[in-house]
Write a protein that binds this ligand. Sequence first.
Ligand code: ZN
Length: 95
Amino acid sequence: MATCTLLNQLEAHTTADTKLARRCHARSKRTGEPCQAPAVTGWQVCRMHGAGGGHPAGPTHPRWVHGLRSQDWSETRRTINDLAHETRGIEALIG
Ligand SMILES: [Zn+2]
């Protein structure tokens, strides 16, 4: 009977986790209603709406063109712009 109790506890735990899980953000093509299936951990969608899928970002991505709008390059450009802004402020103080 110990295994029966353990199985019951396991099922209860799983059911509670599923009820508390975040819901899928996708909408049904047919009805327009939200999917409402439990979202995969770390994703906003369920397993049927693309969780865990997709191509990894970077130069190997099929939509990669030149990388000038990539996250790394955007951060570098932002840093350069901040430094240029500070330089203008220093120039204004000097005269
Ligand atoms: Zn879904």
